[in-house]
Ligand binder design. Structure first.
Ligand SMILES: Cc1cc2nc3c(=O)[nH]c(=O)nc-3n(C[C@H](O)[C@H](O)[C@H](O)COP(=O)(O)OP(=O)(O)OC[C@H]3O[C@@H](n4cnc5c(N)ncnc54)[C@H](O)[C@@H]3O)c2cc1C
Length: 185
């Protein structure tokens, strides 16, 4: 559907022999290592989503100033101004959540819950921003000649890969309940 610059393929390993000197980490520890890397990756995917959302809003803002309807620029219509204001507020909040998660990771603290919160929020809000920006362009938003069509396809995967939004909520709730249980003991 999108992100065509990054090819996605299925890979099978049947009876694949890995020599000892090519082993990463300890034998049979691969799943734990792979899962451990996902939390950091979530900050990356959240940031990717934020970038797409901001690109969509940047394009739509310029378009509002340029396109004239009913004798004035679209930018003069309050309904469209509010779309811009709401989306940019959400994206700014996403940026701060991402920076907070990145800071916790960089400073060596536990950051899994913050990374999931940042990824969940950024990817959902970036999807909202892209679809809103597409709407702000009217028919041109849907046409391939304009970038909103591509940005809206590219952003769609960000609520799915590196763990779906539903899986992020499971992680966040699990960590919150663990914290609550530890305060009771
Ligand atoms: C373009 C692309 C690139 C990808 N790149 C990578 C990559 O580089 N590395 C990699 O490892 N993977 C990659 N993936 C795989 C991706 O991470 C998975 O598709 C994603 O994690 C969802 O898993 P699934 O497709 O098996 O969905 P499923 O697990 O089958 O989920 C289907 C639906 O059920 C929901 N669901 C599942 N379990 C629960 C539950 N317990 N509670 C509530 N809802 C639930 C999901 O949220 C989803 O909505 C890529 C996928 C795509 C499409």
């Amino acid at each position: 559907m999108g992100q065509h610059g990054s090819p996605t393929n299925e890979v099978h390993f049947d009876n694949c022999f890995v020599p000892a000197d090519a082993l990463l980490g300890k034998l049979n520890d691969g799943f734990r290592i792979a899962v451990g890397e996902l939390a950091g990756g979530r900050i990356g995917i959240g940031s990717l989503a934020l970038g797409i959302g901001l690109a969509a809003m940047e394009y739509a803002s310029a378009y509002l100033l340029e396109r004239q309807q009913f004798g004035k620029p679209l930018a003069d219509f309050q309904g469209l101004q509010w779309m811009l204001a709401d989306c940019m507020t959400e994206l700014e909040a996403a940026r701060l959540l991402l920076m907070s998660a990145a800071w916790q990771k960089d400073s060596g603290q536990a950051f899994s819950k913050q990374a999931s919160m940042a990824k969940l929020f950024s990817s959902e809000k970036a999807n909202h921003a892209c679809y809103t920006a597409l709407q702000m362009l009217g028919g041109y938003g849907y046409m391939q000649e304009y970038p909103l069509e591509r940005l809206s396809r590219d952003v769609r995967i960000t609520t799915i890969y590196e763990g779906t939004s539903e899986v992020q909520r499971i992680i966040i709730a699990r960590d919150l309940l663990k914290e609550a249980a530890s305060q009771q003991t």
